[in-house]
Design a protein around this ligand. Structure first.
Ligand code: FE2
Length: 268
């Protein structure tokens, strides 16, 4: 699966997130407007990219690896009890997940995606009982199939306290749930959205955390809050999880805490 964001997406998110004008960016990076435009038209001029990355507070070494196409998401083997679904949304895709306790066959759906047919088929195939639907945030692409999943499974649904959704119970920071023998802990990580919530699961062969649009392999969901506190909340809420934790993002490929700590350009 391709990375969710290109270099231009990343530079754009960092510039917009910090409210930096083109003029100020060129000044800080000591480059001219024509050089900026040339980068934007797709040229991979290493010196200009390096200066732009530094001016935006991004890791220039990782941006250079992306330009050289040597930045890759890690190869991740999902433990048994975790399934990823990638569903279409306009010309993009959005991921949603099914996580279950292999002993009791009790399952949780994380987000609802745009087409739940594959999720229904997986519930049947593995003879699972869906007990909960938990939402990472309320953006449309993540909740489109919520009603259909609720209707068909009668599972209780939960949404972040700060992003209420009709019919969903509120989830608070640090709230714990049991799913069979698994434990699920909610961590509120605002920034991309007001109540963005990471769901950490323990009890499978390896720990997994569904992160919605909080962080992607090699990027972050667009920040719509104050820049530094938002990045700090991601650092505290995601990058402090055990390094072997597999991250299940709302877009793009799977990754791990260790990989993003080492290589995500937003976290120097
Ligand atoms: Fe989102």
């Amino acid at each position: 699966m391709k990375l969710e964001d290109t270099i231009l997406d990343i530079l754009g998110k960092a510039q917009k997130g910090q409210g930096i004008t083109d003029r100020d960016l060129c000044k800080t990076a000591s480059i001219g407007v024509p050089e900026l435009n040339s980068i934007r038209s797709g040229r991979r001029e290493p010196a200009a990219l390096d200066r732009l990355s530094r001016a935006l507070g991004l890791r220039a070494d990782q941006i250079a690896d992306m330009a050289n196409e040597t930045w890759q998401a890690p190869t991740v083997a999902l433990p048994s009890g975790v399934m990823m679904f990638s569903t279409p949304f306009a010309d993009l895709t959005v991921n949603h997940y099914l996580i279950w306790d292999p002993a009791t066959l009790k399952a949780v759906a994380v987000d609802a995606g745009t087409d739940a047919d594959a999720l229904f088929a997986a519930l049947d195939r593995h003879k699972l009982t869906l007990t909960m639907i938990v939402l990472t945030h309320s953006h449309g692409d993540h909740v489109l199939e919520l009603d259909r999943i609720r209707e068909k499974t009668k599972a209780q649904s939960f949404a972040p306290e700060a992003e209420p959704i009709a019919g969903c119970k509120p989830v608070k920071n640090n709230q714990h749930f049991k799913v069979g023998d698994l434990t699920l802990t909610a961590h509120t990580v605002p920034g991309h959205s007001l109540g963005g919530t990471v769901y950490e699961f323990r009890g499978l062969e390896s720990p997994v955390a569904a992160v919605g649009d909080v962080i992607f392999a090699g990027s972050v969901g667009g920040i719509r809050a104050r820049w530094k506190p938002a990045l700090e909340s991601i650092r505290a809420g995601v990058l402090t999880l055990p390094p072997e934790t597999i991250l299940l993002p709302g877009h793009g490929p799977l990754t791990t805490v260790a990989h993003e700590k080492a290589r995500n350009p937003f976290f120097p």
